[in-house]
Unconditional design. Structure first.
Length: 260
């Protein structure tokens, strides 16, 4: 499958909002699309079931019901970094557990979709499992990374740091989307962010600058202008994985960095 890994410069920047819009745009373009959020925190338990606002938004974008565990296979009640939420629930979350859950979901989606939208949690360096971060999972999946940044003061620093973290790991960067996740607090910063980022992000495009409260029709028009399917990519390690010669995560990460 082609795919894209949606990450953010911080929590609360609108990753799920953008991921859902991306899913909808791909589907409207005639592409069979799947969506995966490997770890969801802040989950509300409802009897024997559970509910997550993020998962509900992603499922709504799909336009059809699928088993929730195929969208979010690992869940925690408290809205914390996954590894912290795991410790507080008296369990240890390992990268191996996450990778097994992700591999199972990817295999499930591979017979049902031609492109997969994966949404991370927090930012690239958010602690994901013991000794690893979200970036390690992004390296493992090896999909192009779409960075969602908050509009406003501080965006330049957060975005440039995220790009640096991605580049140092050899990740391909699909582009940046500025999103007005909160009401305007510094109009001058919001108006100048896109221009300054384009001056500093060599070879990386600011694909959209979404104001706070953008309506669904304007959002659709904005996203439909971009050929998302062409921008998504296949894992560069797919051949080795099929042949059973994939190397351990850390070794692959080191190798990618040496080659970039």
């Amino acid at each position: 499958m082609r795919g894209v890994f949606v990450t953010g410069t911080d929590t609360g920047v609108g990753k799920t909002f953008v991921a859902a819009a991306l899913v909808r745009s791909l589907i409207d373009g005639g592409n069979r699309t799947g969506v995966l959020k490997p770890v969801a925190t802040g989950v509300e338990r409802v009897g024997d079931s559970w509910r997550s606002e993020d998962v509900e938004l992603l499922m709504h974008a799909l336009g059809k019901a699928v088993p929730r565990e195929r969208i979010a296979p690992i869940l925690f009640d408290e809205p914390l970094a996954p590894v912290v939420a795991a410790r507080r629930s008296q369990r240890m979350l390992t990268q191996c557990e996450i990778e097994r859950a992700v591999a199972d979901c990817v295999e499930w989606w591979s017979t049902r979709a031609e492109v997969l939208v994966v949404e991370g949690i927090g930012g690239l360096l958010c602690p994901l499992a013991e000794v690893t971060t979200v970036a390690d999972l992004a390296v493992k999946l090896d999909y192009p990374v779409l960075i969602v940044a908050r509009r406003g003061l501080g965006t330049l620093n957060h975005t440039l740091l995220t790009v640096e973290a991605a580049r140092s790991r050899g990740l391909r960067i699909l582009g940046v989307i500025l999103n007005g996740a909160e009401p305007t607090s510094n109009a001058l910063a919001e108006e100048s962010n896109a221009h300054e980022l384009m001056r500093r992000l060599e070879g990386i495009s600011v694909l959209a600058d979404l104001p706070h409260g953008i309506d669904s029709q304007a959002l659709s028009r904005c996203f439909h202008q971009l050929d998302w399917y062409a921008r998504c990519g296949v894992p560069r390690y797919s051949t080795q994985q099929r042949e059973g010669t994939d190397t351990p995560l850390q070794e692959r990460s080191d190798d990618v960095q040496r080659n970039h």
